[in-house]
Each structure stands twice: as structure tokens, then as C-alpha cells.
Design a protein around this ligand. Structure first.
Ligand SMILES: [Zn+2]
Length: 1007
């Protein structure tokens, strides 16, 4: 037979596009449209409806509307023509959508005149059902709350734009009203479209030599013959009859099995401000409750408790529909975090609280205690996470983001992920490689072909629906999934909840492979540095929350202080929200980061006032004395961890001049030489007789690189940035600082200036470096370099509840790809008997390299801290202005010293007028066991919660002594729920911890 395959394929494409799809709505009449534009920010629904009914002005299709970030209330009215009696009728409301970009543009929410929401309007979801069937003559009146969100990520992506902030976006209308009609909906034609799409797309994925491909080709050819192009509606059923045979052929027994999960990945802020997400979530949730009513097999999931809480607070009408669908098991809370946060940068406690507040919301509202974690889009996963997931009472993880890695292909789709402490979490990466699956033949075939675990496992998950304002799952996707349920040549598709999927995946794969350590994303590495003030705000908030809880709990137990439960709960949720995977990473528009700065300032003010009130309650009446509070987990200058003592005098370190205009600082433990250029040429550990700085090199060296990645400006730094570097060695001033034992260095470069104060405190083997940068560069990367005379195969970076090791070499592509990585409070490099730590109070990005040692054939190790970048997309002014950093070089440091100094740098002591000594609420007798939280229980029982972990990666014994009466010490999970019987033997509590083990104890108050 002659092969006419390509002829039929091309025929299908044209007929579908030009004749069949347009025949879905074969007849239409225009609606009358009027518009009222809200003068500023969005108004409440009732206000918008009232204004839209009263003060609207006429607007016509073709007219421009919508200043950037504006809200327009459209009122559409019309009458269903009598001749349409018995037909299905829809309103088609096209606000000026670009169907090629399902999210990221204008959107609407349709209301009835009484204020009940109907559904969202999105680029691929423009219809509103009016009647099925209609009688004819019905009056139609609908209101649309339309948001003219500007397109930030355009066809030419990553171009700097001022549209990302209402203050700079201007008032030029962004959209042109495209279609506002009443139209007949022809169900048979719509079904024919889906049939042809499913079979046509499947056909294109099958091998050209396969018989099934030709069966589909012939059936499609017959169906096209059956269509009368002048009467598609009248011949659609006949065409469908030609396809029924190939549509009913069942899948082969070995077919891949896809659990489709209705989903809309909605970034809690990104190319829009937080307030817009409140509305995006409402629109999508309205769409989904409407779709659930129409489609009995469909299941939709939504993660991020914060987004649920927004609906509850801001859109009670939508919430009512959502809760009904939840009760029916169809609209399913998934995941168990407050937001889908970054997981690299949140500190130990914050990472834990993401789960506490996320899980608690679902438990309190719906009685749902999920065991899966849902993080499809997060930029890499810290190796502390498995233990946190388990301690929250969960045990499964889903993400697909690692498929975005640019260098290496991850070897598994279903596996056990092992964290630093050994906890293993059953993990699935959907092989469909997207969180916006649309049920296309290409996606389904890709999932099946791509699945790395085939042969031993058969199930994968496909998050299905348009995210970010795309409106979620569409009726077309549901219709396609129905045809793919059991279809020869395709993977099978079933709507399921994530937990139903995980049950099957676990059951079929009892011995999955294991991946140990972090899930490093080989992309978006610059998110550890971009928007430095947002990062500082996060770190500062985490430290202040620790202090506020500690001192409020201590004062509550000791002085009857009123513990601010509700206030702390609210502040925690604010801080957790800002750890969302586009806020803390610095990848949002200017509006988001400008607001975040203000929010962090307000958070700091509130927490400072809690801390101050609690400490004053503990310090006693002012008596001329000063009490020093130590919220760090280690004794500091004789003040116990978590306690307070009367202030002591302190010594000083000496400073002498060098001939070259530099200075020598010496405190008897460390002798630091700063040359006439303000660079550290020596840091000599006097007891160990070891030099810290690599021979012939200089530490505290600022280096600046050009930084213009190929794409994703705020997210990415590409490896070639290192090829060009300028060392900032010219100093304008190298002079004694204000404090004793300190030196001040001032440099200018480009349009920027840096002022550094280097201080050697008395009694500490630590050089403090306080850096203030007035930054006015663009597309540059500023690093602070410390070449260390240490030979090291690997180095440690602090992570949640421990640290992770990474190699200093680049033997394989996996190691080479980690050219920029995350640390929390410290990076540590060491030889077995001597090491160096670099600690910080606000930075996360760093790189570590090795160099041949001058004078011999050994190697040295250079640690470089990433201070600032200046990308121009999505915020064209990223990081411009003033920044402050505190770093410290700690020669001779063990990991234990690094842990301690990291805490000290982030938790400075506080001096309060008073006279009282304050004994810590709990004392631990082993410095390796580090307290991360002391607080009152969230159930307001008055019980004290203490959380601690082994911090050095070794086994530890410790005794915990409560310094207040307790009746029991009960092991608990992160949600403070008892895990086991009370500790036997009462108090003090003796403990044995495995490496990095995390423990939560509930100390029940006795009397
Ligand atoms: Zn995202």
C-alpha cells in the first residue's frame, strides 16, 4: 500500500484547527459590556459589585482596558436568543488572553449578581455555562472581577522591566477586550475534538513502524472523511463512530500507569505581589470546585496551608464550596507545609515550623494528617529534610524540580532519600517532568519512556493543570484523561490522590534504590545570594523568634509573664510565608521584595518588644546593675546557655602599627596582620602555632566578577562568571577602628563603596569582620575570599539540624556542578587536628576551591562567601543600596567551635538593666547537643517544649536537667504530639543520641 501517512497527519492538523475546533461554538451573539475600574488596590467583592452595578461605563470588544496591577469590574448582560431553545449555551469571555501563556497575565473571577462566585477566567478557560439546555429568552447578567496583571516574563524573557512594581509600572492599558459573547456549545463537536486530539497525539508518539500507529491513522482518515466541513455539528457523531473502535482497544498489560492528580502550582508570590496570590487562589479554587461538580472521577489537590487560609479569610463564598468538596474527598489538601518553601536556606527551626503550621492547619480544619510532602518546584533539597519530614509525622516526598538540573541526569524516579542522620523518605519524581501536565500525548509518552525505574516499578504521578493563574485543570484535560484510562499504545491514566498513588508505588517497589545526601539542583544557584535584604530579614527573624520564644517561656515559668501565643503564631506564619520558593530565593518582582523588607522590619520590631518585655520581667527592677542574657545554646563569657548573669568587665586585645601602614591585632590567642591595603596577610593561631592564610595569598579579599547568566537572571549564576575577576585591593583608608583591637578599611570601586571593620575580640580566637556595602553595580557578583592553609578533601556547611559535606574537588560532573552551594551559619574546612570556620549572620551562598600551595606540592582551600549580586530581572534594581554583613574567621576551629561561633554571630548577647541572675529553664551537660527551641507548648497547656539535636555527626550522651518542677518528660514529634511513654526515671533526663539526631521533649509542668 502506498504510504500516505504524512498526508493524513497534515490533514488532521488543518481540519481540526480550521474547521472542527471553531465548530464547538457554532453560533454567537454579542453581550453588552460595561466596566468600572477600581481607583487603586483591589476592593472587597461586595464593594466591587455595588460599584460595577452603579457606576459602570460602556466598553466594547476591541477597546483597551487595565492599567498594570489594576482591577476592572466588568458587567456583561444579554438575552439568550429564542431560537437557541434546547441548546447548550455558554458565555465566552476573552479578556484579551494569550493562550500560549496560561498563567502570568490578566485573569478574572466571574460572579452572579448576588455575589456567589461562578468560576475563574483564564487564558485556556474562558467559558461560563449559562444553561444546558436553555429555554430561550433568559436574561444573562454576570460580573467579572478582572485583574490586569502585566506580563513580566514575555516571549523575549528576562528583559529588565519596570512593570514589576505598581510604583514604577505606569498606567498604560495592558489588554484589549477580545470577545464577550453568548454562544451555542455543541457537545458532540467538543467530544470529537477531544477524540481527535487524544488519538492524533498518541499516533505521533508511536513508532512509525508500529501497526497501532497505522490503525489510528486509518481510523482518523475515515473520521475526517465522515465530517462535512460545511456541517461539522451535523456530522460529528458519524465521525466519532469511526473512532470508537480504536478508542476502545485496551492498554497492553505492561503499560505504564499514571496517577493523574488535579493540580495548580500557584506561587505564593513571584511575578505578582502576595495580595494577588490571594485572588489567584480564589479564582483557581472556584474553577476547580465547578469542575469537580461536573466531573465525577476528577480529583484536585491543593498544597500550601497558607493558600487555604487565604481563601478562608478573604473569600468565604469560595471557602464554602471548597470545604464541601473536601468533605466529599474530591478537593484534597496535600503536602503538609505552610508554603512550598525553599528548603536550602530556612534554618532548622523554621524548616520544622513549616511542617508544624502546615500540618496543623489541615488537621484543625479537616482532620487530615497527610503523610506526603508536596514540593514540585523547590530549588534543591537540603539533606536535613528527611529527618524533619519524619519528625513531623510524614514519610513521603514528591518533587520534579531536580529534572531541571542542567549537568547530570538523576538516576531514579522512585527511591529512598536518606538524610544526614540516616532517616529515609520514600520519594517520587514524576517522570512527566512538569507540574503543569496538560494530558497531551507527548507528556504521557514522555512520562512512560522517561521513567527510570521501569521493569521493577510501573506507577508514576502526573500533577495535571495550569498553575500560577492558569486556572488549574481544564475540562479538556479531564476528557482526555477519560480516554487514556485504558487505551492501547498509551500509558494508562487514573485520577487519584497523592496518598493513593504513594500506596501503590510503595507496594510495588519494596526495595527501591537509595540516594544519600542533599538533592542538589544544578541550576538556580544564585538564589542563595540575590535580594540580600530579604535573606537578612529571614535570618534575623529566625534568630529573633528563637529569642522571643526562649525568654517569653522563661519569663512565663519564672515570673508569670503572659506568653504571647497568638502573636508568635502569627509572626511565625509571616516568616514562613516569606520562605516561599520565590521570595527567600530572591526571584520575585521588586514589589514583593520591597514589601518583604517592610514586613521583616515590622516583625523585628514586634519580636524585639516581646524579648525586651520578657527580659525586663526576668531581670528584676532596675538597680543600677546590668544583666547579660545569652540566648545561644552554649555558655558565653560565663553566662549560661539560655540564662542570664550580671555583667562582668572584659579585657581588650592589643593593636600595633605595621610599617606598611597596616596593623597587627593580638589577643594572646590569635595574632592577625592586616597590611597597608587592608587585607589579612596572616592570622596566626598562637597556641597551635598554625598560620591560617594560605602562603602568598591574602584573606578578607573582596573580588568582583561580571555576572550575566544566559537566562534566569535573579536565579542563575553560570560557571563562566569565574573566568573574569577583579581583586579589590585599593584602599582609601586603613585606620584604627572605634573599638579597641579593631581596624577600619574603606574601599571604592565602580559606583560603590565598602567599609569594613575588622575586630579581634578579647578572649576569643575569632576575627570579626563587619562589612557595609553601598552597592550600585549592575550584573556583578561580589565575593569575599579566604584562602586557607588547609588541605581538605571535603568541607562542611551547616544545614538544618547538622551539616553536610561536599567535596573540594571537581573529579566528576556531579561535583563540578556544585560550584555554588548553601550554608547556614558556618562553613568549616579542616585537617584531622586543625581547621578553620567561617561564620556569618546573613549569607547563604559560597564556593570552595582548592589551589596548589605556594612553595610545595600540597593544596590549600579557598572559601569564598557570596555577598551581593545585581541581576536586572525580574527586579531591575536588585540589591541596589546599603547592605550590612557580619562574618567571622575562626582559626583552629573544630566543627563544635563552628557550631558555637555560628550561634554567637547570630544571637548577640543582650544587656538589660537589673540585678537578677536567671537560671536557664533547661541545662544540657554536653556541648555537642544543641538546643534549637525552648518554648511553651502550642496547646497552651503551659508545658515547656525543648528541642535539641546532636550537632557534630557523632554519638552523644547527655543529661537534660529542667530547672523548674516537672512531672514528666515526654518524647514528642514536631507538632508536640507524644511519640512514646514519658522518659523513665524522671529527672534529670538522660539521653543517648545518634549522629545528628533531633529530639523534641514535652516537659509537663509539675509543682
Ligand atoms: Zn513555583
Amino acid at each position: 500500500m502506498h504510504d500516505d501517512r504524512t498526508l493524513v497527519e497534515a490533514r488532521l492538523k488543518r481540519v481540526l484547527e480550521e474547521r472542527v475546533r471553531p465548530a464547538v461554538h457554532p453560533e454567537s451573539v454579542p453581550l453588552e459590556v460595561a466596566v468600572w475600574t477600581a481607583p487603586g488596590e483591589p476592593v472587597p467583592v461586595a464593594e466591587g459589585l455595588a460599584a460595577a452595578s452603579g457606576a459602570s461605563a460602556p466598553i466594547a470588544v476591541g477597546d483597551l482596558w487595565g492599567a498594570p496591577w489594576g482591577t476592572s469590574w466588568f458587567t456583561v448582560t444579554g438575552t439568550v436568543p429564542e431560537r437557541w431553545a434546547g441548546r447548550t449555551v455558554e458565555a465566552i469571555l476573552d479578556l484579551g488572553f494569550d493562550e500560549n501563556m496560561p498563567g502570568f497575565q490578566c485573569e478574572g473571577l466571574v460572579y452572579r449578581p448576588d455575589g456567589t462566585p461562578v468560576k475563574g477566567l483564564n487564558p485556556r478557560n474562558q467559558w461560563v455555562r449559562v444553561g444546558a439546555p436553555v429555554e430561550g429568552g433568559e436574561e444573562v447578567r454576570l460580573h467579572v472581577e478582572a485583574a490586569s496583571n502585566p506580563v513580566i516574563l514575555d516571549y523575549h524573557p528576562f528583559l529588565p522591566t519596570k512593570l514589576g512594581d505598581r510604583e514604577t509600572a505606569g498606567t498604560t492599558p495592558q489588554y484589549r477586550l477580545a470577545r464577550m459573547d453568548l454562544a451555542v456549545f455543541d457537545e458532540a463537536v467538543w467530544q470529537l475534538v477531544i477524540d481527535l486530539e487524544v488519538l492524533g497525539e498518541l499516533m505521533m508518539e508511536l513508532p512509525v513502524e508500529s501497526a497501532r500507529r497505522y490503525e489510528l491513522l486509518r481510523a482518523i482518515g475515515r473520521a475526517l472523511d465522515a465530517i462535512d466541513l460545511q456541517d461539522v455539528g451535523g456530522t460529528a457523531e458519524a465521525a466519532r463512530a469511526e473512532l470508537a473502535g480504536v478508542l476502545s482497544a485496551p492498554a497492553v498489560p505492561s503499560a505504564h500507569r499514571i496517577s493523574a492528580v488535579g493540580h495548580a502550582h500557584i506561587d505564593s508570590a513571584w511575578l505578582w505581589p502576595l495580595r494577588e496570590t490571594v485572588r489567584k487562589v480564589a479564582r483557581t479554587a472556584s474553577n476547580m470546585t465547578a469542575l469537580l461538580r461536573d466531573e465525577p472521577d476528577f480529583v484536585f489537590v491543593m498544597s500550601q496551608a497558607q493558600q487555604w487560609a487565604w481563601i478562608k479569610e478573604h473569600r468565604p463564598e469560595v471557602w464554602a464550596e471548597v470545604t464541601k468538596a473536601v468533605a466529599a474527598g474530591r478537593f484534597v489538601p496535600t503536602g503538609g507545609m505552610w508554603v512550598e518553601s525553599d528548603t536550602n536556606m530556612p534554618g532548622s527551626e523554621a524548616m520544622a515550623r513549616q511542617f508544624v503550621h502546615g500540618k496543623r492547619f489541615f488537621i484543625d480544619e479537616f482532620g487530615v494528617d497527610n503523610d506526603e510532602v508536596w514540593l514540585p518546584d523547590t530549588f534543591g533539597f537540603a539533606a536535613g529534610l528527611p529527618q524533619i519530614i519524619k519528625a513531623a509525622g510524614s514519610r513521603r516526598l514528591l518533587t520534579q524540580k531536580i529534572s531541571w538540573s542542567r549537568t547530570n541526569t538523576f538516576p531514579h524516579h522512585t527511591f529512598l532519600w536518606e538524610g544526614i542522620d540516616g532517616t529515609r523518605i520514600f520519594t517520587h519524581f514524576p517522570p512527566v517532568d512538569t507540574y503543569n501536565c496538560s494530558m497531551s500525548g507527548r507528556e504521557i509518552a514522555h512520562a512512560a519512556a522517561n521513567f527510570k525505574d521501569k521493569g521493577v516499578a510501573r506507577h508514576s504521578l502526573a500533577p495535571t493543570g495550569w498553575g500560577d493563574g492558569g486556572g488549574g485543570t481544564t475540562r479538556e484535560m479531564v476528557a482526555k484523561a477519560a480516554r487514556l484510562r485504558d487505551l492501547e499504545g498509551s500509558a494508562t491514566v487514573t485520577w487519584e490522590t497523592p496518598s493513593a498513588f504513594f500506596d501503590k508505588a510503595e507496594a510495588e517497589y519494596p526495595h527501591p534504590p537509595v540516594w544519600a545526601g542533599e538533592l542538589y539542583l544544578e541550576l538556580h544557584r544564585a538564589t542563595l545570594t540575590s535580594q540580600a535584604r530579604t535573606k537578612r530579614g529571614n535570618r534575623r527573624s529566625e534568630s529573633l523568634l528563637r529569642e522571643a520564644e526562649l525568654w517569653a517561656a522563661t519569663a512565663a515559668v519564672r515570673a508569670g509573664f503572659s506568653y504571647p501565643y497568638a502573636q508568635l503564631d502569627r509572626i511565625w506564619k509571616t516568616v514562613l510565608l516569606h520562605q516561599f520558593h520565590d521570595i527567600l530565593p530572591g526571584s520575585s518582582i521588586a514589589w514583593v521584595h520591597r514589601e518583604a523588607e517592610r514586613t521583616y522590619a515590622a516583625v523585628a520590631e514586634e519580636l524585639e518588644s516581646i524579648i525586651d518585655a520578657a527580659q525586663r520581667a526576668l531581670a528584676g527592677p532596675p538597680s543600677g546593675g546590668v544583666v547579660v542574657f545569652n540566648s545561644a545554646p552554649h555558655t558565653r563569657a560565663a553566662v549560661p546557655a539560655g540564662g542570664a548573669a550580671r555583667a562582668d568587665g572584659s579585657g581588650a586585645s592589643g593593636r600595633t602599627a605595621r610599617e606598611d601602614g597596616g596593623h597587627v591585632l593580638d589577643n594572646g590567642l590569635l595574632r592577625v596582620e592586616i597590611d597597608g591595603r587592608g587585607l589579612v596577610v596572616s592570622a596566626f593561631d598562637l597556641a597551635a602555632e598554625r598560620e591560617t592564610v594560605a602562603p602568598g595569598q591574602t584573606a578578607n579579599l573582596l573580588q568582583i566578577h561580571p555576572d550575566f547568566p544566559n537566562m534566569w537572571d535573579a536565579w542563575d549564576v553560570d560557571e563562566f562568571y569565574r573566568n573574569t575577576v577583579t581583586d579589590l585591593v585599593e584602599a582609601e583608608e586603613v585606620a584604627p577602628g572605634d573599638e579597641p583591637g579593631s581596624v577600619r578599611v574603606v574601599r571604592s570601586f565602580g559606583a560603590s563603596t565598602v567599609t569594613q571593620v575588622l575586630t579581634l575580640p578579647s578572649g576569643a580566637k575569632r576575627l570579626d569582620i563587619r562589612t557595609e556595602v553601598d552597592w550600585h553595580e549592575t550584573e556583578k557578583f561580589l565575593k569575599l575570599a579566604f584562602p586557607l592553609d588547609v588541605h581538605a578533601e571535603r568541607y562542611a556547611s551547616e544545614s538544618q539540624y547538622g551539616h553536610v559535606y561536599r567535596p573540594t574537588h571537581t573529579n566528576t560532573s556531579w561535583e563540578a556542578a556544585k560550584f555554588e552551594a548553601c550554608n547556614h551559619r558556618f562553613v568549616h574546612v579542616g585537617e584531622p587536628d586543625w581547621g578553620v570556620a567561617l561564620v556569618n549572620d546573613a549569607t547563604y551562598g559560597h564556593d570552595v576551591t582548592r589551589t596548589v600551595r605556594a612553595g610545595d606540592s600540597g593544596t590549600t582551600t579557598t572559601v569564598r562567601i557570596s555577598l551581593l549580586r545585581a541581576p536586572r530581572f525580574p527586579d531591575p534594581e536588585t540589591d541596589q543600596g546599603l547592605h550590612r554583613f557580619h562574618h567571622a574567621l575562626v582559626p583552629g576551629a573544630t566543627i563544635g567551635d563552628a557550631v558555637r561561633e555560628g550561634h554567637f554571630a547570630n544571637l548577640p548577647e543582650r544587656r538589660v538593666p537589673g540585678d537578677a541572675e536567671v537560671a536557664p529553664l533547661v541545662t544540657l551537660d554536653n556541648d555537642a547537643v544543641v538546643v534549637t527551641a525552648v518554648k511553651l507548648a502550642d496547646d497552651e497547656s503551659g508545658d515547656v517544649i525543648v528541642r535539641f539535636h546532636e550537632s557534630r555527626g557523632a554519638r552523644a550522651r547527655a543529661t537534660l536537667t529542667p530547672n523548674f518542677p516537672i512531672s514528666a518528660a515526654i518524647p514528642a514529634d514536631l507538632l508536640e504530639r507524644p511519640l512514646a511513654d514519658p522518659h523513665p526515671g524522671g529527672e534529670p533526663v538522660s539521653l543517648r543520641l545518634r549522629p545528628f539526631e533531633l529530639v523534641t521533649l514535652r516537659l509537663v509542668r509539675g509543682r
